[in-house]
Design a protein around this ligand. Structure first.
Ligand code: HEC
Ligand code: HEC
Ligand code: HEC
Ligand code: HEC
Ligand code: HEC
Ligand code: HEC
Ligand code: HEC
Ligand code: HEC
Ligand code: HEC
Ligand code: HEC
Length: 330
């Protein structure tokens, strides 16, 4: 239980709200401007909000008790508080608080002492993840398609694990703070960005969602494009090819040689050269050029194995468009 919530509880006079609620419940009534006009005869249409378990006066009822919680009141500074937008919870016809928290009639009748079927969000919520998310997806249908394909939905991550709804700002949607939200669960990945060579996420030039769709995607690892290479070459177009002389592992997968997040090796390489190259290329020697320093003065280091040795000569490592580039040297 948060300190804030404890404060809320302590600041309560239970009697005043109880009296007010009883008065409201007795009045019943069409206090909710939003309630759809039913047919004239039945006083409570069977599909009216109250008949379906919603409170009689929407937010006005909820706020009798919850208005002292500054965090709750933050909803009115959020993008959801659009009184003129019929798609918004607070727009004409909207169910207001209960659009997200579900029917709250029973919770109100219990004077808030029991959740009584309301949807509670957040990491310690008793409400199952799928039910929490269904409340949001009912309106955000554009997110649903990606969401259902992703690892987050499959692992019971909720919208509210990332999004802060009761506030003017939502840290996960701001460049400077997005990664700190991911770090709650992916501390190991975020730590890679502190290695000496890394994609400029901590610098704010890009975010995790430059490469990943946090809602999900059909590509592996929830990448924004269907393959690793399509994701990388969306920004690094010069490595996309096609080349006259391609280097097979490049067109296969950039991750054969690069780490996506961070590395201790320059250019985000998985291993320094020549070890990197020799994972695939024979240690024994070039077909026509000997690897060893034979013929050179004693003590000369092996030029093929110096730091960066291979790319000193094979500088067109991603592929060459030169007619004479078959050895990736020009
Ligand atoms: C758009 C969906 C949405 C609407 C509308 C909404 N809430 Fe929430 N509510 C949430 C989510 C999500 C959380 C979890 C905390 C967060 O994300 O900020 C939450 C948290 C809460 C909490 C717990 C706060 C705390 O201190 O931990 C209360 C109480 C609450 N809402 C009441 C209300 C009331 C009252 C209204 C109407 C005035 C309302 N909510 C409108 C989505 C919504
Ligand atoms: C009679 C007072 C009262 C009314 C009216 C009331 N609540 Fe509550 N509500 C409480 C109490 C008490 C709690 C438990 C203490 C707490 O968590 O703040 C609570 C808890 C909650 C929580 C769970 C907070 C959490 O994180 O555990 C949500 C969400 C919530 N109420 C939403 C609503 C909504 C939506 C309405 C309007 C339909 C509403 N409440 C009406 C008193 C009330
Ligand atoms: C009753 C429909 C409705 C419900 C339920 C609802 N939303 Fe929204 N949401 C909207 C509308 C309308 C907007 C404003 C869109 C705009 O201004 O373009 C919005 C805006 C947002 C935004 C900001 C988008 C932007 O571009 O600024 C986020 C994030 C969001 N909602 C997440 C959620 C989450 C998470 C939940 C569930 C806790 C939720 N919504 C529940 C209708 C809803
Ligand atoms: C893993 C964290 C995470 C989770 C979980 C998550 N979101 Fe988001 N959401 C984001 C980020 C990050 C952005 C901003 C993306 C961008 O700027 O490209 C975003 C953007 C949005 C937007 C505004 C842009 C858009 O795509 O329309 C909406 C609406 C939204 N999320 C709704 C949801 C809903 C609904 C859920 C739950 C079904 C959800 N989100 C779950 C991280 C998350
Ligand atoms: C509440 C915890 C939580 C938060 C916050 C969270 N994730 Fe995740 N994420 C998970 C879980 C659980 C999985 C699935 C298990 C795993 O791969 O670790 C996952 C998996 C992933 C995967 C791997 C997908 C796959 O197909 O294997 C990516 C990529 C990812 N998350 C990105 C993000 C990004 C980006 C953010 C921030 C915008 C974020 N996550 C925030 C819990 C979280
Ligand atoms: C430059 C693009 C890029 C950026 C930026 C990026 N990722 Fe990734 N991420 C990838 C790729 C590519 C993979 C697949 C790695 C693999 O298959 O070995 C991946 C894999 C993952 C995975 C699943 C595998 C693992 O390593 O655990 C998670 C979780 C993840 N990323 C989270 C994040 C988070 C959180 C951020 C932001 C702090 C982030 N990523 C930023 C490209 C990126
Ligand atoms: C959203 C655009 C974007 C995407 C997508 C992207 N990158 Fe980058 N990449 C950058 C930026 C920006 C830099 C930093 C450039 C700088 O500092 O000059 C960078 C730097 C690099 C570097 C280091 C360059 C150097 O000189 O040290 C490598 C290697 C790299 N990216 C590979 C990849 C790979 C592999 C992928 C796919 C997993 C990828 N990038 C996806 C934008 C992107
Ligand atoms: C066979 C290993 C290998 C593969 C596969 C590979 N690279 Fe590289 N990449 C390197 C090496 C080695 C360097 C360092 C070059 C240097 O130091 O001159 C490098 C450097 C880079 C750089 C920064 C320097 C520059 O030339 O701008 C970027 C960006 C880059 N690679 C992107 C990619 C992308 C995108 C892919 C996938 C399409 C990819 N790489 C696949 C080996 C590879
Ligand atoms: C993941 C395996 C892999 C890695 C790592 C790798 N290569 Fe290759 N390389 C290949 C394959 C496969 C070919 C194509 C061989 C063929 O066509 O017979 C190739 C071809 C070449 C060619 C000759 C071009 C041709 O078609 O004859 C050169 C030169 C080369 N690689 C240099 C390097 C260098 C330098 C590195 C390190 C920066 C490196 N390679 C890393 C797999 C790899
Ligand atoms: C001093 C320049 C130089 C350095 C350094 C160098 N190479 Fe070469 N490499 C060549 C030349 C010249 C050729 C083409 C002539 C030949 O086929 O022997 C070649 C050809 C190759 C080929 C193609 C062989 C074939 O079948 O056509 C591969 C693979 C290769 N080098 C890998 C490497 C690797 C791995 C390293 C680092 C350990 C490396 N080279 C370092 C000059 C160099």
């Amino acid at each position: 239980m948060t300190a804030q919530r404890l404060r809320t509880l302590r600041s309560w006079s239970l009697i005043a709200p109880a009296v007010a609620v009883l008065a409201l419940l007795a009045a019943g009534g069409p206090g909710r401007a939003a309630a759809p006009a039913g047919p004239p005869v039945p006083r409570v249409p069977s599909d009216s909000p109250t008949a379906l378990g919603y409170s009689a006066r929407g937010a006005d009822t909820c706020l009798i008790c919850h208005r002292t919680n500054a965090r709750v009141m933050g909803i009115f500074r959020s993008p959801h508080a659009q009184p003129d937008n019929p798609a918004s919870p607070f727009g004409p016809g909207g169910l207001q608080c209960e659009a997200c928290h579900g029917p709250g009639g029973a919770h109100v009748k219990a004077f808030g002492m029991k959740p009584a079927g309301i949807v509670v969000f957040g990491p310690h919520s008793p409400t199952p993840a799928a039910r929490q998310n269904a409340m949001c997806l009912a309106c955000h249908k554009n997110v649903q398609h990606a969401w259902l394909t992703g690892a987050h939905a499959a692992n019971d991550v909720t919208c509210a694990d990332c999004h802060q709804i009761h506030g003017a700002t939502d840290p996960v949607r701001m460049r400077a703070t997005e990664a700190t939200v991911c770090a709650k669960c992916h501390a190991g990945v975020v730590a890679r960005f502190r290695e000496p060579f890394h994609h400029p996420v901590p610098e704010g030039t890009m975010t995790c969602s430059s490469c990943h769709d946090p809602h999900g995607s059909l590509g592996a690892d929830m990448l924004v494009k269907s393959t690793v290479n399509a994701t990388c070459t969306a920004c690094h177009a010069e490595m996309r090819g096609p080349f006259l002389w391609p280097h097979q592992p490049v067109s296969d997968d950039c991750l054969n040689c690069h780490a996506p997040h961070g590395s201790v090796v320059p250019a985000l390489l998985r291993e320094p050269t020549p070890i990197l190259c020799q994972q695939c290329h024979d240690l024994a020697g070039h077909p026509s050029v000997p690897y060893g320093p034979q013929g050179l003065p004693a003590g000369t280091p092996n030029p093929y194995l110096l730091i960066g040795g291979c790319v000193n000569c094979h500088s067109r490592i991603h592929g060459s468009n030169s007619p004479a580039g078959q050895d990736l040297m020009r």
